[in-house]
Design a binder for this molecule. Structure first.
Ligand code: NAG
Ligand code: NAG
Ligand code: NAG
Ligand code: NAG
Ligand code: NAG
Length: 460
């Protein structure tokens, strides 16, 4: 998820000892930690309780984590596009749903954890560690001494809470202390947008929070001094794998690397803590689309950067590039698939290259569809077959609803109110993706993630 404004944390504190330990820069995942990754559908629209999570996207990439002492199992969205991790905490004033269901908790109960500590105001944790966040941390109005965080995402979803610390257990690794937002209210702006929430995954559980994995100083990666991590997202809704720390080379297929882009001066529309790479071209089949290089690079305001983001489902392209891709894709697929032909139809506010066809026809046509390649400096993300199209839930056309509605899984950033190219996780299925912070690069290689997951004994 692309984060626009964030965190308002605030004031003082008794620096939680655990936090101080986290700041010493020692790598926590020197040994390798393997974790199962799952893709799960967003929960159905909230019945009422304000503490139910919804995400904009139909599907999120999640990982199971245990937090606190004794450990509480929670499900967190893995998000390389944002900084501060957060957990839905049982909010003051909101009543928890009556019987806690088995499995991961719907909320983290802070008062049940002996290692939980709220960050107070003023304190270094509350002040300088929030420096990469678009909006500086702030202290709650006296007499409260809590350090407040307020996060907003590009889709206008937002979360509010307090900055806190506790221990996180990932896989079999020793517990690591980390700061996170203990969120007591969450608002999703997009309840009515796009799909009807017809979840396509095997799991209907809501995520309890989000694991912030970007390069900002408060991200989980930075706090735990993780130098390298990788994931392999299973095809369809199958299991995948997250590898934290260690020497990825031992497990990974041979990777093609693209350098992370750095800019020396802050620019208003450039996210300096994102995993930003250089897009050099877009191809459909063998031919590179006629898109000027200037359209693919950040401009003087920083708009037009390309980020690799596990927290966004699909891929977004700036309007000038999107228009060219859409024209070429519709043109090349005309013999295979009928365009939807409804100019007003836009899925999730950004996807308007859509088709109508029965499932069987799309299944047959999918291997004939032209491959779309995002050509990066030194690497490429290639999208082929079923990954190119998404069936819009709840939309049927034709006699007896024989036809489904499908949209190209590339959307228009401008229509979504974004000023960046975003490579989402849908297009990272069956790709080994390594974030190599030590060498400032991201590596990609095609992989059978279901097999990799089995082989590494993490087939959850
Ligand atoms: C948390 O998950 C672990 C591993 O799946 C399980 O052994 C443990 O019983 C769970 N704990 C709770 C409190 O549900
Ligand atoms: C969680 O609930 C307990 C009791 O219901 C309450 O004492 C505690 O303050 C709550 N925690 C938060 C962070 O709201
Ligand atoms: C949270 O934990 C506290 C202390 O164990 C307990 O009294 C309270 O009922 C719990 N709250 C919820 C909502 O489970
Ligand atoms: C579509 O393809 C045809 C030839 O296959 C070409 O003549 C035409 O210009 C193309 N149209 C667009 C909009 O690219
Ligand atoms: C999803 O939507 C389709 C079409 O509206 C419906 O036939 C199907 O039963 C739904 N599936 C679920 C799991 O709700």
């Amino acid at each position: 998820m692309q984060q626009i404004l964030l965190l308002c944390l605030s004031l003082l504190a008794h620096a939680v000892a655990a936090v101080a330990a986290a700041a010493d820069g020692e790598a926590r995942f020197g040994g390798r930690v393997l974790l199962p990754l799952r893709v799960q559908g967003a929960p159905p629209p909230p019945q009422a309780p304000a503490n139910k999570l919804r995400f904009r996207h139909d599907v999120s990439l999640t990982v199971s984590v245990a937090v606190g002492t004794p450990p509480q199992n929670v499900t967190m969205v893995l998000d390389t596009g944002s900084e501060l991790s957060w957990l839905l905490c049982n909010g003051t004033g909101t009543r928890a749903p009556a019987p806690p269901p088995p499995g991961p908790a719907a909320a983290f109960n802070a008062s049940a954890s002996s290692t939980y500590g709220a960050v107070r105001c003023p304190s270094p944790e509350c002040q300088w560690r929030g420096r990469d966040l678009p909006v500086p941390p702030f202290c709650a109005a006296p007499p409260s001494n809590s350090c407040r965080v307020s996060l907003s995402y590009a889709d206008a979803s937002s979360a509010d809470g307090v900055l806190a610390a506790d221990t996180f257990l990932l896989g079999g690794a020793p517990p690591v202390p980390a700061l996170f937002g203990c969120v007591t209210s969450y608002y999703s702006a997009t309840g009515g947008r796009g799909s009807s929430g017809n979840a396509t995954s095997s799991s209907q559980e809501a995520a309890t929070g989000l694991l912030g994995m970007n390069r900002g100083s408060l991200s989980f990666v930075t706090q735990t001094a993780t130098r390298r991590f990788a994931y392999c997202i299973g095809p369809g809704y199958g299991p995948g794998l997250l590898v934290l720390g260690g020497d990825g080379a031992a497990l990974a297929p041979p990777l093609n690397y693209t350098p992370l882009i750095e800019i020396s001066q802050p620019l208003p529309y450039f996210d300096r803590v994102a995993y930003s790479v250089q897009l050099e071209g877009i191809r459909v089949g063998a031919a590179l689309l006629p898109i000027p290089k200037s359209v693919l690079a950040p401009d003087h305001t920083g708009a037009g950067q390309t980020m690799v983001d596990s927290g966004t489902q699909f891929t977004f392209l700036l309007a000038d590039a999107y228009g060219v891709l859409k024209g070429e894709f519709l043109n090349q697929t005309r013999p295979l698939l009928a365009p939807l032909g409804e100019p007003g139809f836009v899925f999730q506010g950004a996807f308007d290259a859509c088709f109508r066809a029965p499932e069987a026809r799309v299944a047959a046509a999918s291997r004939l569809l032209p491959e779309v390649g995002l050509v990066l400096r030194g690497a490429e993300v290639a999208v082929a077959g079923e990954k190119l199209l998404y069936r819009v839930p709840g939309e049927r056309r034709g006699e007896g609803g024989a036809e489904a509605v499908w949209c190209l899984t590339f959307g228009n950033s401008d229509m979504a109110g974004m000023s960046a190219y975003v490579i989402g996780h849908h297009h990272q299925q069956n790709v080994w993706v390594e974030y190599d912070l030590l060498n400032g690069r991201v590596g990609f290689a095609p992989a059978r993630c279901d097999l990799a997951t089995q082989r590494l004994g993490s087939g959850a």
